[in-house]
Design a protein around this ligand. Structure first.
Ligand code: SF4
Length: 358
């Protein structure tokens, strides 16, 4: 593109954004912390889902101080169901650092902000440009798709080695006089017009500049490397009853679903029955002997890189005292208390059933 074309591209894009952008709560604020929260939530998650969580989160933790002082369990409880819990843990950790060492002010310096927990190139560029009008181009999946089509970029968008190519295009086109609006406009274009399938080119403000459109190759771009087949794991989980209480355990603070609560259990070995695996896991994971009373249900859940099939059993406590091997904490709770704890979505698929058991 020539300099003249770049200038026209920016003008057309920003004009369109001004008129057609969706009204979203995080666009009504210049509060850097709120913008940061929204961008963290939007990473990996659809706007529709984030809308259910954003307001709840900023109402509960209106400032970084509130977030920093909150118990991580309360933060995870609000985040429950949004997935990718490391995002919540990192945000909490960063809030503690910013309040402890930076007077509670979100750093307006890109490098300083980039060093905080959970802040990668995308979050840093998005927050710094939207909150502080700093000229950093933010490149997310939507933006990559738009660029792939605009410039017929055939580097796979799902390979990290390609990021540099997309970032260069974004840096080139970024409007340094309105970087926040420009970044949001690009993301909005990808989300609402330049759809993965059947982009609505007819209403696209930058159609004139789009090589894919002019060569009728929108469907051929972006290019992706084929993902490996998703593995599926079969798990057995026990809901252990002791008198009127049930046992829940807490996962270690980091890693997948870190800090969340769940029912003890684990993978079924080859040739092992689900019942036997359940009894074995109670021994190995929490040192309890249990008797299986009944099969409760089977639930399925898909994570990004694998799927699980979970057989859930109702068990009666027989003997032993809890000794944790894997989990970091445990509680014997009555079913009514279950909503006080953050659980993974897979567990929520059978929790309603437990509430019906007399
Ligand atoms: Fe996407 Fe079509 Fe616009 Fe090109 S013209 S950027 S393919 S919506």
């Amino acid at each position: 593109m020539t300099l003249k074309e770049i200038a026209q591209f920016r003008k057309d894009l920003l004009k369109w954004f001004k008129t057609y952008q969706r009204k979203l709560p995080w666009r009504d604020t210049k509060n850097p912390y709120h913008i940061w929260v929204s961008e963290v939530m939007l990473q990996q998650t659809q706007v529709k889902k984030v809308l259910e969580y954003y307001q709840k989160f900023v109402d509960k933790f209106p400032t970084l101080w509130h977030l920093a002082e909150a118990d991580l369990q309360d933060v995870l409880k609000i985040w429950e169901g949004l997935g990718y819990y490391a995002r919540a843990r990192n945000l909490h950790k960063a809030a503690k650092l910013v309040t402890g060492e930076m007077d509670g002010k979100v750093p307006s310096d890109y490098q300083q902000f980039r060093k905080l927990s959970g802040v990668g190139d995308y979050i840093a560029a998005a927050v710094q440009s939207i909150a502080f009008d700093s000229a950093y181009a933010a490149v997310d999946g939507n933006v990559k798709r738009v660029f792939a089509r605009l410039f017929l970029i055939d580097s796979p968008i799902n390979q990290s080695a390609s990021l540099k190519i997309f970032q260069e295009k974004a840096d080139l086109l970024l409007d340094s006089h309105a970087p926040g609006h420009f970044n949001q406009a690009m993301m909005e274009l990808g989300a609402t017009v330049c759809h993965p399938k059947s982009p609505t080119c007819i209403v696209c403000p930058v159609q004139t500049f789009c090589r894919a459109f002019h060569t009728a190759r929108q469907e051929k771009f972006p290019v992706r490397v084929k993902a490996k087949p998703t593995p599926e794991y079969h798990l057995a989980v026990g809901v252990v009853y002791r008198n009127d209480n049930i046992l829940i355990t807490q996962r270690k603070p980091d890693g997948l679903l870190g800090g969340l609560w769940e029912f003890p259990g684990g993978k079924i070995d080859e040739g092992e029955t689900a019942e036997a695996a359940c009894v074995r896991w109670m021994q190995e994971g929490v040192n309890l002997s249990v008797e299986i009373i009944e099969f409760l249900t089977r639930v399925r859940h898909a994570y990004t890189h694998f799927k699980i099939v979970v057989d859930v059993f109702r068990c009666d406590y027989q003997s032993g005292e809890v000794v944790l091997n894997g989990p970091v904490d445990y509680r014997w709770i009555c079913v009514d208390e279950i909503d006080q704890y953050p659980f993974p979505r897979a567990n929520h698929k059978f929790i309603p059933l437990l509430k019906k058991i007399e």
